[in-house]
Design a protein around this ligand. Sequence first.
Ligand SMILES: Nc1ncnc2c1ncn2[C@@H]1O[C@H](COP(=O)(O)OP(=O)(O)OP(=O)(O)O)[C@@H](O)[C@H]1O
Length: 453
Amino acid sequence: MTTEKLRQLLVVEDDPALQKQIRWSFDQYNVLLAGDRESALSQIRRHTPAVVTMDLGLPPDADSVSEGFKLLEQIMATAPDTKIIVLTGQNEQANALRAIALGAYDFFVKPFDPEILNLTVERAFRFYDLQQENRRLQAMQQPDVLGTLITRDPEMLRICRTIEKVAPTSATVLLLGESGTGKELLARGVHNASPRRDTRFIAINCAAIPENLLESELFGYEKGAFSGAAKTTLGKIEMANKGTLMLDEIGDLPLALQSKLLRFLQERVIERVGGRQEIPIDVRVVCATHQDLKTLIREGRFREDLYYRLAEIVIMIPPLRDRIGDAALLAHALVRRFASEQNRSSLSLSEEAVHAISAYPWPGNVRELENCLKRATIMAEGNSLSVQDVGLDDAFEENAMPLDLRTIRDTAERKAIIAAVSRSNGNLARAADLLGISRPTLYDLMHKFGLKT
Ligand SMILES: Nc1ncnc2c1ncn2[C@@H]1O[C@H](COP(=O)(O)OP(=O)(O)OP(=O)(O)O)[C@@H](O)[C@H]1O
């Protein structure tokens, strides 16, 4: 069967003799037939054919064109990409023009010449394909979270999809993950995939600014608010107006400022330090921390009500060591980037270096890997980066390699399970088959290793 044969063409025609004739003329397509408006619509809903030929005179009032036009409008509303070729009688130019105005692709005067109608149908299919391809290319050009983020890990890819889904909303996103896992990169991803992408993305690290300066850094201050306040200065929240504000290390925000931030999130207005005027602000807030906020709440160091304001969407970013294959993938990409920055495009990683990178636990995550490879590409003498060049010969021996067999076994089992589940696309029965274990055993192991089913 050729692929053309698989293409579906819907023919809407109430005259059985004509139906037969049309079906013969189009034996290269899978012809779907409909004798009235209702059955035509049900075929459209079920098969979404790319091309439809239709007679305007349909029962129950085959002598008028009202049913035909009604159907044309309904198809355009349900499946606007459909290419509809309207068959009209002689001297029905007005109907033909009205059909085109309503969105029909072309019209054809009966009695038709099968060969010419065939050419028109073929052209309609081609036009439909081109339009679809165009749309696909356009979608690829939309900024997406994956634009700068390198990963092949199923959990990270799921996170990217989540971010793409929540980005267009104004929901507050809380990114949790160890240092260097890419929290800021993902926060920028939220911004770039949102309608605010052409406005400002402002990030502030709450842990890096001394407590006494943080308030004016966030909320701004009026001239004369304190000694040294020589002129009115905008805070980061106001600077991010209409854009996105990233509050990094939110777990380090002092309690007094937590109350002030909560008030801002509830009322969406700020008052500059020393000011008395309420300024309305429209920002999308993204927060991040490497700390366990639930523990901070239990210890009375983080306000629970603020947590719930911030945690509208919570995203847990896995550490690099838990991402399948990502360390090697990132390493290759980073070496390519640094090598080209240093005009050393022939530089690449040796096989042993890739092994060592894959096995090392990267406590500093992607940032540590980045630093390590930047240094290696600067320092390396030859064209192939060795284990020594990436500085993992000692580290690997001393730190990375666990010595107790239970840890080694658990790590290997966990990796194999993640690989099998991702290879079987989440189908656990198939994953169990690949692993050579029963499904209940797979469930038990996933539970043991804290993997979500
Ligand atoms: N998946 C990734 N692909 C490419 N680059 C990445 C990826 N993840 C992180 N990076 C890069 O690693 C570095 C650290 O990432 P980022 O600053 O986003 O991490 P972070 O979690 O915000 O760190 P911290 O908590 O220490 O502020 C950045 O240079 C970032 O561009």
